[in-house]
Design a protein around this ligand. Structure first.
Ligand code: AMP
Length: 172
């Protein structure tokens, strides 16, 4: 089952910069059966849980997180890169392999004690997901799990996220 998803992922060397092997998920999105399989794999594990929303990470995370929220019948909360959200936000900055990035979430996206899952397409070093977790924590939300379609296990992002349950559908 996960072999089908793995076989569809396209490895693109040296994108967006030299030395990065980019995991291109667009062939999964193009295939309705595989897209559904990917969404179901991320969503079905949370069926029946008392979740308020799925927190999706800008930008490829939105593709899966929105569908997971729809399937679970719960809300969707976007975490966006700086300057994109129109209302008042909570903000956090984090370092990437090259440079730094700032993420934002609307201050009224969550109420204290709301249970959420965070969803992104891929776990690399964990910095991006950690920033989303920080924003959820700032608003008093409870992180039930952080979910990824793909995990690059050799980058040890899971260690950075050790305070939270982490699930990935496919590991490399
Ligand atoms: P990180 O913060 O290092 O865990 O990086 C994760 C974020 O960067 C995710 O939102 C991914 O979409 C993107 N990303 C990092 N490395 C790759 C890769 N090799 N292929 C595709 N996307 C990647």
């Amino acid at each position: 089952m996960s072999d089908q998803l793995k076989n569809a992922i396209r490895d693109v060397p040296d994108f967006p910069i030299k030395g990065i092997l980019f995991k291109d998920i667009t062939p999964i999105l193009q295939d309705p059966k595989l897209f559904r399989l990917a969404v179901d794999t991320l969503a079905d594990r949370h069926a029946g849980k008392n979740l308020k929303a799925v927190v999706g990470i800008d930008a490829r995370g939105f593709i899966f997180a929105g569908a997971v929220a729809y399937k679970l019948g719960i809300g969707f909360i976007p975490v966006r890169k700086k300057g994109k959200l129109p209302w008042k936000t909570v903000v956090t900055s984090y370092t990437l392999e090259y440079g730094s990035e700032t993420s934002e979430m609307h201050i009224d996206a969550l109420a204290k004690g709301d249970n959420v899952v965070i969803v992104d397409d891929l776990l690399a070093t964990g910095g991006t997901a950690m920033a989303a977790a920080t924003l959820v924590n700032n608003l008093g939300g409870k992180i039930v799990e952080i979910d990824f379609l793909i995990e690059l296990a050799f980058l040890k992002g899971r260690e950075r996220l050790k305070d939270y349950p982490v699930f990935s559908a496919l590991a490399y």
